[in-house]
Design a protein around this ligand. Structure first.
Ligand code: LLP
Length: 425
């Protein structure tokens, strides 16, 4: 492999000692736009999407980008223009898709706690399908649709009880998880859906977890879902599409998840063998489309030697990059300009007043105050989970396309943060 390429992030590479995103020097960007700064490569997003498109060539498929991974408007525009639909989980996400020019008919609405208002908003917008997560939700959706004089296309999210072998916070398809309808109750739920006014059974779906790095859980989940399709259709309820959710992992630190095209070659072979190859398929990938398309640029503020640990204090924090604090997640951290000389072992930490505000532990870095670093694999579940904790403004974002760098979100100011608040008289 070309040593100047970063693992998992082929669109980010060193040219000489300078780190580039496509044809743009990241050090120059950081100096011009300030830090923390998220930088996304459009080519990286489209090449991640292309792996799915290759995998599904010749099939009837709708790829619905799970926008919770990164819901910035420019990112949504890239996927909308590439023909993607969207998997949404709130009325806010619906508004974002519409603002980005996405096609409402290609939206699927997931989530365990949709409100009546959100259901109505989605029906009025004409979304493609509701992924219903409980029998109680079926009743409410039927009531809302009937009141609006609309018919809601529904798919029931079935919990296949398959262990995705990932972090417990991001495993979603086990019996103990709050998601979906239990496999054993699914047929009953479909019978109810078919009987309720205002609903039309459109498909079936599942999602077993996130950052999955093995193929086995997908194959197991597929078998469980197809068994159900057999029994639901035997009961006289046709299932139009089959939605296999998202969840494919990315390489954060030498992880070796299957490639989307290879994974789907195997899943489709299984589907064909069971006679479902001609069905309309859907998937909801999030992380695997954007995770390794983004980095977060940050400046070293202080080096702080300690008795037990040496700290490297940077200007990005857990409010910008919440995954290490939340899931003990690993993100690689590399300099924007490589420098010869010995590295020392440091904990890379942010300025937020919490011991949990670390970005990387025990990292070998040769850095001085004022140096610029990139936190890698930061395209998914970073900006979309960013907060204003410590009244820190959310970072700016840039989209790179070849040699062109476009600011797609300006840095949030304290004034922006206070704009919705009301002072006492
Ligand atoms: N569909 C549904 C119904 C989901 O719940 C999720 C993610 C996805 C699709 C997309 O999954 P993906 O392809 O991105 O794995 N914040 C966590 C990840 C939470 C994932 C929640 N559900 C993290 O930073 O690791």
């Amino acid at each position: 492999m070309n040593p100047s390429l970063l693992p998992g992030q082929p669109h980010f590479a060193y040219r000489g000692d300078q780190l580039f995103a496509e044809d743009v020097c990241l050090g120059e960007l950081a100096r011009t736009y300030g830090t923390p700064l998220f930088v996304y490569s459009k080519a990286a997003m489209l090449s991640a999407l292309a792996a799915y498109q290759r995998g599904f060539a010749g099939r009837k498929v709708q790829i619905c980008y799970a926008m919770k991974a990164n819901s910035s408007l420019a990112v949504l525009q890239v996927f909308a223009r590439a023909g993607c639909g969207f998997d949404i989980v709130s009325g806010g996400e619906l508004q974002r898709v519409l603002a980005a020019g996405g096609d409402a008919a290609k939206i699927i609405f997931s989530g365990v706690g949709k409100t009546r208002e959100e259901m109505q908003q989605a029906l009025m917008a004409g979304i493609g399908c509701f992924n219903v997560e409980s029998e109680a939700e079926l009743e409410v959706l039927s009531e809302v649709a009937t009141r609006c004089g609309a018919t809601a296309a529904v798919s029931i999210r079935v919990n296949p009880n398959v262990d995705p072998k990932t972090h417990p916070y991001i495993s979603t398809g086990l019996k103990g998880n709050k998601f979906g309808v239990a496999h054993e109750r699914a047929l009953q739920a479909y019978q109810r859906a078919a009987a309720l006014p205002g609903l039309r059974v459109a498909g079936i779906d599942c999602h077993i977890g996130s950052q999955i790095t093995e193929e086995r859980p997908y194959l197991d989940a597929m078998d469980r879902i197809l068994d159900l399709v057999d029994s639901i259709e035997a009961a006289g309820i046709p299932i139009g599409h089959i939605d296999f959710g998202g969840g494919l992992g990315i390489d954060y630190n030498g992880d070796t998840p299957p490639q989307a095209d290879a994974l789907w070659a195997h899943l489709l072979a299984r589907l064909d063998a069971r006679g479902y190859g001609a069905r309309e398929l859907m998937i909801e990938p999030g992380r695997s489309l954007v995770g390794n398309a983004g980095v977060c640029l940050t400046e070293v503020l202080y080096l702080k030697p300690g008795e037990q640990k040496n700290f490297c204090v940077i200007d990005a924090a857990m409010n910008d990059l919440p995954r290490p604090a939340m899931y003990q997640a690993f993100h690689q951290i590399v300099p924007l300009e490589r420098r010869a000389g010995p590295a020392s072992i440091v904990d890379v930490v942010g300025p937020v007043c919490e011991s949990g505000d670390w970005i990387g532990r025990d990292r070998a870095l040769n850095v001085r105050s004022g140096d610029l670093l990139a936190v890698l694999s930061a395209g998914a579940y970073c900006m979309s989970m960013a907060s204003n904790y410590n009244t820190r403004g959310r970072a700016a974002e840039m989209l790179i396309d070849g040699a062109a760098a476009r600011l797609v979100r300006r840095r949030e100011t304290a004034k922006d943060q206070m704009s919705g608040e009301i002072l006492l008289e």
